[in-house]
Design a protein around this ligand. Structure first.
Ligand SMILES: [Zn+2]
Length: 139
């Protein structure tokens, strides 16, 4: 389906749907396309509102690009973390605390923690960062 902005001989502009552009040509020639305001059969395609199209497409592609960049950045961050930190899994809070209190050797770790555990760590003054973790394959 295709939507056209149509204009009659009296400058009434209206929208109409057609199966395709050939269908419009056919129906217009057969006098089946009628202005809903004045009933005129002299109807032609009005220029599409170009401002709308011009404004929308670049900004949406820009947004897409920004999203892609953000995803790429998070992927990189994840790679860095995986390369440079020990994975401690669900023991993250426990290990982070041990490091904080000097009970184990200081090192970079990463793992999972619950929101509650993270809040406890914050209260105890244990430093850590929250990384938005993306799945490795994100197709
Ligand atoms: Zn009209």
């Amino acid at each position: 389906m295709i939507v056209y902005d149509l204009k009659c001989a009296k400058d009434h502009v209206f929208e109409a749907w057609f199966r395709d552009s050939a269908a419009f040509d056919q129906q217009a020639k057969a006098g089946k396309v009628v202005c809903p305001e004045c009933g005129s059969k002299k109807v032609a395609k009005a220029p599409m509102a170009p401002n709308v199209a011009r404004v929308q497409s670049p900004s949406s592609s820009e947004q897409r690009q920004q999203a892609q960049q953000a995803v790429a950045m998070l992927r990189q961050m994840r790679e860095q973390v995986e390369k440079n930190c020990d994975y401690v899994g669900e023991k993250f809070a426990e290990e982070a605390r041990k490091i904080h209190y000097g009970e184990t050797k200081a090192r970079n770790i990463y793992g999972e923690t619950s929101k509650e555990q993270a809040e406890e760590l914050v209260e105890e003054g244990v430093e850590f960062g929250v990384v938005p973790w993306l799945p490795r394959t994100d197709a």
